[in-house]
Design a protein around this ligand. Structure first.
Ligand code: SF4
Length: 123
């Protein structure tokens, strides 16, 4: 953001950019109540933000992006919403990597049950 790279290059003419804050999704079920994000966005709007960037992971992984955008713009029509931060990579590849992180197939994850059952492997 400070170097105005990625999707921040849209602010090329600006002298400096201020990061006002970062919020995370307020969690599902967004299909039932997307308005739950408004309290968090409102806290940033109160600080006078001009633009809100959805994170890359959100643009690649969240099926409710459009629903959030519509809900936010209905309440804050003057806010600019940007889909992303850094230059996006291939979302399909990213999703595969996230799936491997969450459901590993290459390395078997271990947990406390492995320790208790004396099956824990270490070097
Ligand atoms: S799917 Fe989207 S709306 Fe639901 S918890 Fe994940 S990021 Fe939030």
């Amino acid at each position: 953001m400070r170097k105005k790279k990625g999707l921040f290059d849209r602010y090329d003419g600006e002298k400096t950019l201020d990061l006002v804050g970062m919020i995370n999704c307020s969690g599902c079920p967004t299909i039932a109540a997307p308005e739950k994000i408004l309290k968090r966005v409102g806290a940033l709007v109160d600080y006078g933000i001009d633009a809100l960037h959805f994170s890359y992971c959100m643009t690649a992984l969240c099926p409710f992006l459009k629903k959030y955008e519509k809900t936010i713009l209905e309440t804050y029509p003057d806010l600019t919403i940007v889909h992303g931060t850094h230059r996006p990579g291939d979302k399909t590849v990213f999703r595969k990597k996230v799936k491997e992180l969450l459901c590993p197939t290459v390395a078997v994850p271990q947990d406390m049950n492995d320790v208790i059952q004396k099956k824990f492997r270490s070097k």
